[in-house]
Ligand binder design. Structure first.
Ligand code: GRF
Length: 188
């Protein structure tokens, strides 16, 4: 199964998926990495892994929909069948949602529907909840609203700081995302 990965920044989750593909523990072939930020570190990761990239600032291409139309063309030219979002900081428009219906997944660092949107770890920390976690879900037009595929909880201990909590959540994400992607793709 050919997958394309979307990220706007560091791309540590993209790396976890690339690593799982490389070690052969996932029957997925990463064919393209897409970023809306040409300076994102994820592009360096892509280069190291030898995966082609498409990156541009949407405003430089005439806006989000024009950007997505170019992305769509590129996805088609590489034969991408699934879209995997990992720290991609934009909502998708119907330009991509329609052709990839039920074939786009996202990871979010909270137990949705709690704390959608930006800085979910900070939101949970500030709210003083004792349990937060990670959610993997199908993507629809909303902000972190699509059907939930998998969740894993994390307890926030009294000794946790924003940084220790962020690290715990990232560790779970890096294990859980490749596992769930594999499961979803194999179930198809
Ligand atoms: C992750 O916490 C993910 O859940 C969220 O954005 C973050 C991306 O981190 N959607 P990274 O770029 O993969 O390190």
């Amino acid at each position: 199964m050919k997958i394309a990965l979307f990220a706007s920044g560091d791309g540590s989750n993209v790396q976890a998926v690339l690593d799982a593909c490389q070690t052969g523990c996932m029957k997925a072939e990463p064919v393209l990495i897409v970023s809306d930020n040409p300076e994102a570190f994820v592009l360096t990761r892509a280069e190291k892994a030898g995966v082609p990239t498409f990156s541009a600032r949407p405003k430089d291409l005439g806006g989000k929909e024009a950007f997505e139309r170019e992305v769509l063309q590129t996805l088609r030219s590489y034969g991408a069948e699934w879209l995997v979002l990992a720290g991609y900081m934009r909502l998708l428009s119907p330009v991509l949602l329609v052709p990839f219906e039920k074939r786009i997944i996202n990871i979010h660092p909270s137990l949705l529907p709690s704390f959608p949107g930006l800085d979910a770890v900070g939101q949970a920390f500030q709210a003083g909840v004792k349990i937060t976690g990670v959610t993997i879900h199908f993507v629809d037009e909303g902000m972190d609203t699509g059907p939930i595929i998998e969740q894993e909880p994390v307890r926030i201990e009294k000794t946790d700081t924003y940084d220790t909590l962020s690290k715990k959540i990232k560790q779970i994400e890096h294990r859980l995302y490749p596992d769930v992607i594999r499961r979803v793709i194999e179930e198809e």
